[in-house]
Design a protein around this ligand. Structure first.
Ligand code: UD1
Ligand code: UDP
Length: 364
């Protein structure tokens, strides 16, 4: 496939795209990016394009801040109109956001093969919008790039076979990005001077199940307040969570900062003592940068981190969160385990995409 349209819109997708767009440019895939606009603040979007030299979007839909149906529906409409004109050989989508589902659905209805990077992940919790998005996207994709063996097995359990659609375990493209930018981040980021702390825990919170259920958010904040009395907690806060904390007047005693750039995030991850998060990407990055992680969820798609003792699932229960934190802060983990490939996930995917003819792809 020589002409690919990539659909991105949310912060983690920019970070994943950074790895694959670079490979596309190197091997001669003609990539056109559609930015749905789902994330739109400059520190949630532009900063990543600038810092990581992601090609400028050819199209910007500017669709955001809407309920799920309206957001996905408007994206579907906008993407369909562009695909009609551009007639790409394939459409590439990442992860599990509303932008992912809208892109996949627009393409499959037009008989354009869908390529899903980060396929096969499951939390087995259908209350999460992400679980719905990823199950549906996988079902209508023709090429499924899986980051882990667990992801491959999840697809097989759901009746996918390995040829049609094609399932490829290529590794994790976020690891490629982390490896590629780790040194650059050291040179370019000033975040450690800005926060000026000897030791700290790094936390992020943004998942719907934590922000939109007031009791869950209160509980998480009270756990972070308590941890902060022992060790400083730094939270680059997602705008969703910031708005809710402000509206509800919840008291926070830890250090809240604006969402940071990826280079700043790398430096925070490298320098913190432990990570506390409900983010999918940050759970893995904690591991990439040698940190244990308390996960503010009841399940994770990244089960290998829990099985190998790098991650403890604490949900939103304040006692469990504090207990997990104080357990992990003293745990000596061996981060040399290879869980996510060898940093060549994007290279593998790009070569396969280039070599696959549209006509070779058939769907069940
Ligand atoms: C979305 C994804 C989630 C992913 C996350 C990454 C879905 C269903 N959810 O969640 O899977 O983990 O992105 O961060 O697709 N907002 C701003 N400025 C921004 C971006 C968002 O103010 O730049 C506000 C919006 O106005 C909205 C809220 O944050 O009110 C939530 O944004 P939305 O994109 O709907 O969901 P996320 O929580 O970001
Ligand atoms: N991230 C960032 N700045 C921040 C918070 C997160 O650059 O202030 C990066 C983080 O390093 C990871 C990605 O954003 O690469 C994760 O995105 P997020 O947590 O928003 O979404 P999820 O992975 O949960 O879908």
């Amino acid at each position: 496939m020589k002409k690919i349209i990539t659909i991105i819109g949310a912060r983690p997708q920019f970070i994943k795209a950074a790895a694959l767009s670079r490979q596309f440019a190197q091997i001669g895939v003609n990539e056109w990016i559609i930015h749905t606009g789902q994330h739109f603040d400059s520190n949630m979007s532009d900063v990543f394009f600038e810092e990581m030299d992601i090609p400028a979007p050819a199209y910007r839909l500017d669709i955001h801040s809407l309920p799920h149906g309206a957001m996905t529906g408007r994206m579907l409409d906008g993407i369909e109109r562009i695909l009609e004109n551009e007639k790409p050989d394939g459409v590439l989508v990442y992860g599990d956001t509303n932008s992912t589902l809208a892109g996949a659905l627009a393409a499959v209805k037009m008989h354009i093969p869908v390529i899903h990077v980060e396929a096969g992940l499951r939390s087995f919790n259908m209350n999460m919008p992400e679980e719905i998005n990823r199950i549906l996207t996988d079902r209508i994709s023709s090429v499924l790039f899986c980051p882990t063996e667990t992801a491959v097995k999840n697809l097989q359990r759901e009746g996918f076979n390995c040829q049609n659609p094609a399932i490829v375990k290529n590794g994790d493209v976020m690891q490629d990005t982390a490896i590629f930018y780790a040194k650059k981040a050291e040179k370019k980021s000033n975040i450690l001077q800005t926060i000026d702390l000897q030791q700290f825990a790094l936390a992020t919170i943004h998942r719907q199940e934590n922000t939109d259920i007031p009791e869950n958010l209160q509980n998480i904040i009270s756990a972070l307040n308590e941890i902060n009395s022992e060790m400083s907690v730094v939270v680059p806060l997602h705008p969703r969570t910031r708005k809710i904390i402000e509206n509800q007047g919840i008291k926070t005693y830890f250090r809240i900062i604006k969402p940071v750039s990826y280079f700043d995030m790398i430096m925070l991850l490298k320098s913190c003592k432990t990570v506390i998060t409900d983010s999918g990407g940050v759970q893995k990055e904690a591991f990439f940068f040698g940190k244990n992680c308390v996960t503010l969820r009841e399940q994770t798609e990244w089960t290998e981190l829990v099985e190998n003792g790098f991650n403890i699932l604490a949900g939103s229960n304040p006692e469990k969160i504090c207990q997990a934190f104080f357990t992990l802060i003293n745990r000596k983990s061996d981060f040399s385990l290879n869980l996510y490939g060898n940093g060549k996930a994007a290279e593998i995917a790009a070569k396969i995409i280039l070599a696959t003819e549209k006509t070779e792809i058939h769907r069940n």
